[in-house]
Design a binder for this molecule. Structure first.
Ligand code: GLA
Length: 728
C-alpha cells in the first residue's frame, strides 16, 4: 500500500511510483503541516524534510503562534489566527465570528477510494490505490474537517478533497471551502494556466510566478471557455521531457478558483476549489459539505510526464461506461451543414452520402423540437417538430439505421426559451431575481436545475424522446453562462448555495440518463468547449472541443486541450470552407489530418462536396480506424507547437507497447526555405527499430529521437502529412 504512518515521526507518507507526499503533525497543538511533495525519497527521509525553524514552534515560545502560522506550510489553510495567505476554509458562526483553526484528531488508512456523494471523482479499487483520511477539528466551533487523500499505485497522481461537518449545536455558514492547498518553496517556478474565449478555448499561458496572488477562475456557473480549472507550477527550465512540474486540476464543472500566491518568505501557496465569490453553504447542526475533488500530479519528466499521468488517470479512473477505451464512431453532424434549415429528406441525403463512404453515425443537431427554426424559441419543449420530421425521430432513426448508420441527437436540457410552452406554464422554473427582468443570452434563460421538480420535468421529456427511437448518442449542450442566480425555492440565507446546487443538479441529471440508457454515448458541449472539464468527463467520455472548426485555429485549441485531456475526449470535425468561424480556406486533406487524432467526424453538407473531396473520405476513415486507437489509447507526445515556431505543428502518439507511433504534421506557414525541418522526437523505445512510412528508412528509437526526423519543407500553406513509424 502506498500510504503509511510513522508513529515515531508523527508523519504520513504517500508514495506513488515516482513521488512522495509527506504530512506531519507538529507541535503539541497538533498542527497539520505539509512536509514534502516531490520526487520519491527513501523511507528514512521523513520529518527532517519539514521546512520550519523548530525554534519557532509555539510550544517552545510559550504559544507565540501568529508569526509561526504565517510561515507554516499547512495542509488545509484557515483564516483569522495568523496565517494571512489564502484560506481554503472560511466561515461565519451564528455570532458573526470568522476565526477558525484546525488541528489533528485521528486518521484512517485503507485500500481503494471512496466515491464522493453526488460528485464526479476518480475511482479505483484496492489494487489501484489507497486512501488516507485525516480528521481535524476546531474544538471551539465543534467543526470537523476530514481531509481525504488517495494515492495511486501506478500513477503519479494524488486525489484530494475535504468533507466539513458541523458537530456543534448552532448553524455555521461556510463562505469558502476549497478542495486542496499546496504549500511549497519557490523553485524558480513558472505558472502555467489555460485561458481563452468562445471559439478560442484553452490557449496555453506560461509566465514566471510573481509575488502576490495570481491565477484563473470562473464565476459563470460553468468551468468556462475563458479559463480552465487547472494550474501547474513548472520549473522555469521544464519542457516536454525535462524538469519538475506540479499540477492541480479540479474535477468540477462550475465556478472555480485556481490560484498561486508567493508570500514574503518566497513560499508558494497553490489552492484550487469552488470560487468563494458568490458561494455560501449553511451547515445546520449535523450538516456536512463535501468539496469537489482536486487531482494533484507531480512530474519529474516535464510537461509531457504531467500530460501522460493525467491522460492515464482520466482514461482509466475517471471515464466510465461501455465507451471507455472503445473506438468512437465516426459521425456526421448537420449543424454547420444546415443550421436550422433541414427536413427529413435533407438529413437522409446527407446520411446516404455519408453511409456510402463509411461514416458510422448521423447526429441531428439543434432545431428538431418544438417550433424551433431559429434560436429564438422552444428550448424546454422537448417534443419533435413533426412538420420538419414527419413520422418523428422514429422514422428518421429507422431510415438511418437501414443505411447501416447509428443515429444521435442534440439536446440542451438546462435551458428554456421565454417563447416556449414550458416557460409559459412555469416562469418560476428559470433562474431570476423576483422583480428584476432576467438577462437573456441567445434569447434564452437558464432553468433552475437545483430544483428537483425542474429536473424531473426536463428529464421526463428527455426520457420520452430517447425512448421513442433508436438513439445511440446524445450531444448535451449548454449555451449560456448563469446570471440572475437566484432560486425561488431557496431561503434567503441559502441563496449562496445556488451555483453549487445547480452543478450537483446537472450531475444528477446526467447520472440518471446514463443509468436509464446504459449504452448511450454521451458527448457534452457548451457553446463549443465552455464546459470541457474533468467533471464532465466522468459522465461523457467525449466533449465537443470548440465551435471553432477552422483547422488552423484548431491546432492551438487542440494543443491546449491535449495538455490535460486524452485525445479520445476531444470531439474534432472536418468542417466546410471557407470556415464558418473565420473565413479561412484550407485543403480538405489537411482538415482531415487536424481532426484525425480526436473523436473524428464531419460537420458540413457532404452532398455539396466536390468529387475529389468525397473520394478522400474513405481514406480518412480508414486512417481513423487504423490509427484512432493509437491516438486515443497511446501516449501523446507534443513534438512542435505552431505557437512557438510560427511555421508548423506536430504531435505524435505512441502505442503503449511502443510498437507503433503516428506523427500528425501540419505545415502552417510557408517561409523562405532555408533548410529542412528537423523534428525532434521523444517517447519511442530506444532499442526498438522503427521503419518510417515516409522514407522506408529504418532506425532505432534512439536514432529517431536523438537524431531527429528530417522533413523536407513543404511548399504552400496549410498542407500536412501523416507519418507512421512501425517496429520491424
Ligand atoms: C452550440 C454548440 C454547437 C451547436 C449549436 C446549436 O453552439 O456548440 O455545436 O450544437 O449550439 O445551437
Amino acid at each position: 500500500m502506498g500510504i503509511s504512518y510513522s508513529e515515531q515521526e508523527r508523519t504520513f507518507r504517500l508514495n506513488t511510483p515516482h513521488s512522495t507526499y509527506l504530512i506531519s503533525i507538529v507541535d503539541e497543538a497538533g498542527f497539520l503541516c505539509h512536509t514534502y511533495y516531490g520526487r520519491r525519497v527513501p523511507e528514512d527521509d521523513m520529518r527532517s524534510l519539514l521546512r520550519i525553524n523548530a525554534g519557532r514552534l509555539p510550544f517552545r515560545t510559550s504559544g507565540q503562534q501568529a508569526g509561526f502560522l504565517d510561515e507554516l506550510p499547512v495542509e488545509y489553510s484557515c483564516g483569522g489566527l495568523g496565517d494571512f495567505r489564502e484560506s481554503c476554509l472560511r466561515l461565519e458562526t451564528a455570532e458573526g465570528c470568522r476565526v477558525c483553526g484546525l488541528t489533528y484528531v485521528s486518521h484512517r488508512i485503507y485500500g481503494g477510494k471512496p466515491a464522493l456523494p453526488g460528485l464526479p471523482a476518480a475511482f479505483g479499487g484496492e489494487e489501484d490505490c489507497a486512501t488516507l483520511e485525516i480528521l481535524c477539528r476546531d474544538q471551539y466551533l465543534d467543526l470537523e474537517v476530514r481531509l481525504l487523500y488517495t494515492a495511486f499505485e501506478n500513477l503519479d497522481a494524488i486525489c484530494r478533497s475535504a468533507r466539513i461537518e458541523n458537530r456543534g449545536g448552532r448553524a455555521i455558514e461556510l463562505t469558502a471551502a476549497l478542495s486542496a492547498c499546496l504549500d511549497m518553496d519557490n523553485r524558480n517556478f513558472d505558472l502555467i494556466t489555460l485561458h481563452g474565449s468562445w471559439g478560442y478555448e484553452r490557449m496555453v499561458s506560461r509566465r514566471p510566478l510573481a509575488w502576490g496572488k495570481q491565477g484563473v477562475s470562473s464565476k459563470r456557473g460553468i468551468s468556462s471557455h475563458q479559463e480552465q480549472p487547472f494550474l501547474a507550477l513548472a520549473e522555469h527550465n521544464a519542457d516536454q521531457t525535462r524538469g519538475q512540474v506540479y499540477a492541480m486540476h479540479l474535477v468540477y464543472s462550475g465556478n472555480f478558483l485556481a490560484q498561486a500566491e508567493m508570500s514574503q518568505q518566497e513560499q508558494v501557496r497553490a489552492v484550487i476549489g469552488i470560487h468563494p465569490e458568490g458561494f455560501g453553504w449553511k451547515l445546520d447542526p449535523g450538516g456536512s459539505f463535501q468539496t469537489p475533488e482536486a487531482v494533484l500530479v507531480y512530474s519529474h519528466t516535464g510537461l509531457g510526464g504531467m500530460t501522460h499521468t493525467l491522460h492515464d488517470l482520466y482514461r482509466n479512473h475517471l471515464i466510465r461506461g461501455p465507451w471507455r477505451g472503445r473506438p468512437r464512431p465516426s459521425l456526421v453532424n448537420n449543424w454547420e451543414a444546415t443550421y436550422f434549415d433541414f427536413d427529413a429528406e435533407k438529413l437522409l441525403d446527407i446520411a446516404r452520402t455519408a453511409a456510402a463512404r463509411g461514416v458510422e453515425m448521423l447526429v441531428l443537431d439543434d432545431g428538431w423540437f418544438g417550433c424551433r427554426n431559429n434560436d429564438d424559441n422552444s428550448l424546454g419543449d422537448w417534443f419533435v417538430n413533426e412538420k420538419k420530421l414527419p413520422g418523428g425521430l422514429k422514422y428518421l432513426a429507422d431510415e438511418i439505421n437501414k443505411l447501416g448508420m447509428k443515429f444521435g441527437l442534440w439536446v440542451e436540457p438546462e435551458m428554456v426559451s421565454p417563447d416556449s410552452q414550458l416557460y409559459r406554464a412555469h416562469p418560476d422554473y428559470a433562474l431570476q431575481v423576483p422583480g428584476r427582468p432576467p438577462i437573456l443570452s441567445r434569447t434564452q434563460l437558464v432553468l433552475d436545475i437545483s430544483r428537483k421538480e425542474v429536473r424531473d420535468c426536463v428529464y421526463d421529456q428527455l426520457h420520452k424522446v430517447l425512448s421513442s427511437a433508436n438513439i445511440e448518442y446524445v450531444k448535451w449542450d449548454m449555451n449560456r453562462a448563469l446570471t440572475d442566480a437566484a432560486s425561488f425555492c431557496l431561503d434567503a440565507d441559502r441563496q449562496g448555495e445556488l451555483f453549487h446546487r445547480y452543478v450537483l443538479g446537472v450531475y444528477e441529471l446526467q447520472e440518471r440518463l446514463l443509468r436509464d440508457f446504459p449504452n448511450l454515448l454521451l458527448e457534452n458541449c457548451c457553446s463549443g468547449g465552455g464546459r470541457f472539464d474533468p467533471g464532465m468527463l466522468y459522465y461523457s467520455p467525449q466533449i465537443w472541443t470548440s465551435d471553432n472548426t477552422d483547422a488552423i485555429d484548431r491546432l492551438l485549441i487542440q494543443e491546449g486541450t491535449a495538455l490535460l485531456y486524452p485525445l479520445s475526449a476531444m470531439g474534432a470535425h472536418v468542417a466546410a470552407c471557407p470556415s464558418h468561424t473565420n473565413g479561412r480556406v484550407t485543403p480538405f486533406a489537411t482538415r482531415g489530418l487536424v481532426s484525425l487524432p480526436g473523436c473524428f467526424g464531419y460537420e458540413l453538407d457532404l452532398t455539396r462536396l466536390a468529387d475529389e473531396e468525397l473520394a478522400m473520405i474513405p481514406g480518412q476513415l480508414e486512417n481513423y480506424r487504423k490509427y484512432g486507437p493509437v491516438f486515443h489509447d497511446g501516449d501523446y507526445c507534443r513534438l512542435a507547437s505552431y505557437s512557438e515556431n510560427h511555421e508548423y505543428d506536430a504531435l505524435m502518439a505512441v502505442s503503449k507497447d511502443k510498437k507503433i507511433a503516428v506523427i500528425d504534421y501540419i505545415h502552417v506557414m510557408s517561409r523562405q526555405q532555408r533548410r529542412d525541418v528537423l523534428l525532434p522526437l521523444w517517447g519511442l523505445d530506444e532499442e526498438t527499430r522503427y521503419r518510417s512510412s515516409e522514407t522506408g528508412e529504418i532506425r532505432s528509437g534512439a536514432g529517431w529521437m536523438y537524431g531527429g526526423m528530417l522533413l523536407p519543407r513543404m511548399k504552400g500553406d496549410f498542407s500536412g502529412k501523416l507519418i507512421v513509424l512501425e517496429a520491424v
